[in-house]
Design a protein around this ligand. Structure first.
Ligand code: WQD
Length: 339
């Protein structure tokens, strides 16, 4: 019997890649999603890639009744929680939405898990919990000082998990702090499909390359980096999900609270990414240097040693792989997923 893994937000960008990798690794993923930030056509794409149509229960993680249906219907072994909102700018405009989805939703999920005796939980956190400590390389001991509502919401859930584990040490919990996930499955069938104007750099670049956007605005070129533009630790989404598989295997339902940064340890500036994408796509990416974006930090990347030591995982794909895979997805899906 394949272990059943509940994947909340399993039709989203990272969630859908996780579902594909879980199927290929011999698990039975169960998707729970309300499609508030994704399209139903993702399910068919996952089936095209894996030959297996994943089970889906539609619902909102804030709705205890809807969520309980999953645990009544399936013998869930572990939960990976991707469901939530992830746009920094939106979180400043609509904090209630962010604390409702990301904090309230996770509390309801944990409560339902406890009711059904399911105590293995992987949480999708973010490097944004570190804020801007004034230096560029973070490790898991870097002080937490989120500077926007999105980062606050992730930090709040982390705090809840730390307090839950202190009170109930029979939980098996992993907090995974993502740096900058980019890229797409090499089939080009699933990828990042932001709704509206992309807030993040890579999807914006790929939409310029495919002709959906006229030019890229580079938010500042007076940072303390190789070329003055912001530097980040971009990680291929398949490396990211491989990290989740490695954590799942390592946790093995043993009581623990594990916190890991998932990044490559490298960093790439905005203009370096633009040039790498031009090389991968053969397209020119017009850009204009603009003012800095409020809240942006100079540069950040992780020291990747703890994940390597504790779960034997490290990222394998480089920035060119990330650009090539992103471009293949964008070329095949110029307007993203069909409705
Ligand atoms: C990267 C660099 C921008 C867009 C955010 C969240 C983080 C995670 C990833 C969820 C910066 C520059 C960007 C553009 C630009 N999301 N940029 N023009 O801000 O590092 O991280 O997304 O987990 O939590 O905080 O990523 O891709 O938005 O920006 O010049 O149109 O690209 O200034 O230097 P960021 P990003």
């Amino acid at each position: 019997m394949k272990p059943k893994i509940l994947v909340t937000g399993g039709t989203g960008y990272i969630g859908s890649h996780m579902v594909v990798s879980l199927i290929e690794a011999g698990y039975e993923p169960i998707i729970f999603d309300n499609f508030s930030n994704s399209k139903r056509s993702v399910i068919g794409r996952i089936e095209q890639i894996t030959g297996h149509k994943p089970k889906l229960i539609e619902g909102d993680i804030r709705n205890e009744k809807e969520l309980s249906r999953v645990f009544e219907k399936y013998q869930i072994s572990s939960v990976i929680n991707f469901a939530g909102r992830k746009a920094v700018g939106e979180s400043e405009v609509d904090p209630l939405l962010y604390f409702s989805y990301n904090v309230e939703g996770t509390i309801v999920l944990l409560r339902v898990m406890k009711k059904f005796g399911v105590k293995e939980f992987i949480f999708s956190s973010s490097a944004t919990v570190y804020g801007d400590p004034g230096y560029d390389e973070f490790d898991e001991e870097t002080p937490l000082s989120p500077i926007n509502n999105y980062g606050q919401s992730k930090w709040m859930v982390e705090e809840i998990l730390r307090k839950l584990y202190k009170a109930e040490p029979d939980w098996s919990i992993a907090i995974l702090r993502y740096f900058n996930p980019v890229g797409a499955h090499p089939s080009g069938l699933i990828g990042e499909d932001p709704s509206g104007i992309p807030a993040n750099l890579m999807p914006f670049i790929s939409q310029v390359a495919v002709g959906r956007r006229e030019k890229l605005r580079v938010f500042g070129n007076d940072y303390d980096t190789r070329d003055g533009t912001g530097a980040r630790d971009y990680i291929h989404v398949l490396d990211l999900v491989d990290g989740h598989l490695a954590v799942l295997k390592a946790m093995n339902h043993k009581p623990q609270l594990l916190t890991l940064n998932l990044g490559t340890g490298n960093n790439t500036t905005v203009l370096e990414l633009v040039h790498a994408f031009e090389k991968a796509s053969g397209k020119t990416i017009p850009y204009e240097i603009c003012a800095r974006r409020p809240g942006d930090k100079n540069a950040c990347w992780t020291n990747p040693n703890k994940a390597k030591k504790v779960i034997g995982w490290q990222a394998k794909r480089d920035i060119n792989d990330m650009c090539i895979d992103t471009w293949r997805w964008q070329q095949k899906n110029p307007n993203g997923y069909p409705d």
